[in-house]
Design a protein around this ligand. Structure first.
Ligand code: NI
Length: 190
């Protein structure tokens, strides 16, 4: 089922999401709906607060980034990178900081450079409640870091320099009011 994506301005995107207790929620069905919603919007990650659920869970699939790429442009870090992360905890960040222009399905039409460490170690549960500890790097790590931030009410725009944030202020206000052009279903603050 495709769900509307919550637009910038909704307080749910600013809340610290709650831990999920096994058996209290059908995480399998929810993750399927989240993947469907994410693919429909051509995203590579989607966090539960973005569909209005303030719970600690997000889905990622970085594989589409390699579609239509020439062999030399294939990003090895996202090969096979499709996961559901439940109650995740980033336990280590390492490597060099690097900048990449990020975007967010809740903030259509705005992109900006965010600097993040290139390697992470994350502990999480999958939809069968098996615990995992895994290391990711490069683009896979970045997608996780971005989605993980959503669970703590943090958005990529928070990292932008103050000048840049001033420049996008009006655009953000427009998104809040529903004045934006998107080809996927969104829910705006009235
Ligand atoms: Ni996002």
């Amino acid at each position: 089922m495709i769900l509307p994506i919550i637009a910038y301005g909704d307080p749910v995107l600013r809340k610290r999401a709650k831990e999920i207790y096994p058996g209290t929620l059908n995480v399998k069905t929810l993750s399927e709906n989240m993947f469907e919603t994410m693919y429909e919007a051509s995203g590579v990650g989607l966090a539960a607060p973005q569909i209005g659920q303030s719970i600690r869970m997000f889905v990622c699939d970085g594989q589409p980034l390699n579609e239509d790429e020439k062999e030399e442009d294939i990003d090895p870090t996202v090969i096979g990178f499709k996961r559901v992360f439940i109650n995740p905890e980033i336990i280590e960040e390492a490597g060099d900081d690097w900048a990449f222009e990020e975007g967010c399905l809740s903030i259509p039409g705005i992109r900006g450079d965010v600097i993040r460490p290139e390697i992470i170690v994350i502990r999480y549960y999958d939809v069968d409640w098996n615990e995992h500890e895994e290391e990711f790097e490069g683009m896979a790590a970045r997608i996780i870091q971005h989605e993980y931030d959503h669970l703590d009410g943090k958005l990529f725009t928070d990292y932008l320099p103050i000048i840049r944030r001033q420049l996008i202020k009006k655009k953000l206000a427009d998104i809040t009011k529903g004045r934006t052009d998107v080809d996927y279903k969104m829910r705006f603050v009235k």
